[in-house]
Design a protein around this ligand. Structure first.
Ligand SMILES: *Cc1c(COP(=O)(O)O)cnc(C)c1O
Length: 221
């Protein structure tokens, strides 16, 4: 199937999941994850009218989007991978939203840079929803404090939560936990669900789903 056909298919599945779970399709935003995909496929998605993309590395995002982003004023790019503090300035040149605020040092330095530039950018906090040793993100029990820190000490515009559930386990319980946390903290946005589990994420309130391979096929490398 072509990239356009895949996109149509995913939109169809989003509509059906929305219908089934009492959601509105327009409340579910599809992030096409273009990391390690070819420029041709990215262009095919743009030609199909898609305008919301996700990348997990700053340098690769600049390679993929540096030249073409200025041609599409309504294009939005989310950072969905770890942000090193020495890449904050570059990230702010290309990304419209940062989903991966995952530690105090990053929140602090990003806050300082935004203040210096006299601007703001919407952000999500990445939650280490399965409390896994090797995963980045804030442990669920620390969210209240960290949210306060981001807002009050760093002046960050935190809009929601993002998570990557543990591999090889059903994601439902983790999606449900993230939904509960977002509700408790009055955060309107929830970024969760990927190619294999976005329907469950929609059932549990996802406002952004991040889909790569189901749109573009297997990644390089
Ligand atoms: C790569 C990636 C995705 C997309 O995963 P697929 O299984 O290809 O849909 C989603 N979220 C994050 C954070 C990723 O790094």
């Amino acid at each position: 199937m072509t990239t356009q056909e895949n996109l149509n298919q995913i939109h169809e599945e989003i509509n059906q999941a929305a219908l089934k779970w009492g959601r509105k399709s327009r409340d579910i935003n599809l992030i096409a994850v273009s990391k390690r995909q070819s420029q041709d496929k990215i262009q095919a998605a743009l030609n199909a009218g898609h305008r919301l993309f996700g990348e997990n590395k700053v340098q690769e995002a600049i390679l993929h989007w540096g030249d073409i982003k200025p041609l599409y004023p309504d294009l939005k790019l989310h950072l969905i991978g770890a942000l090193q503090t020495n890449k904050i300035k570059e990230a702010l040149k290309i990304f419209d939203l940062i989903e991966t605020i995952d530690r105090e040092k990053l929140a602090h330095k990003l806050g300082n840079e935004l203040k210096a530039q006299n601007r703001s950018i919407p952000c999500f906090i990445q939650v280490n929803i399965g409390d896994e040793e090797q995963k980045s993100g804030i442990p669920p029990q620390d969210i209240t404090d960290f949210l306060g820190f981001c807002r009050n000490d760093c002046s960050l515009d935190i809009r929601g939560l993002m998570c990557i559930p543990p591999a090889d386990e059903p994601a439902t319980m983790y999606f449900s936990l993230l939904q509960k946390m977002a509700r408790e903290h009055d955060l309107p946005e929830l970024s969760m669900g990927m190619s294999s589990d976005f329907e469950q994420a929609i059932a549990l309130g996802a406002s952004y789903i991040r889909v790569g391979t189901a749109i573009f096929g297997d990644r390089k490398g």
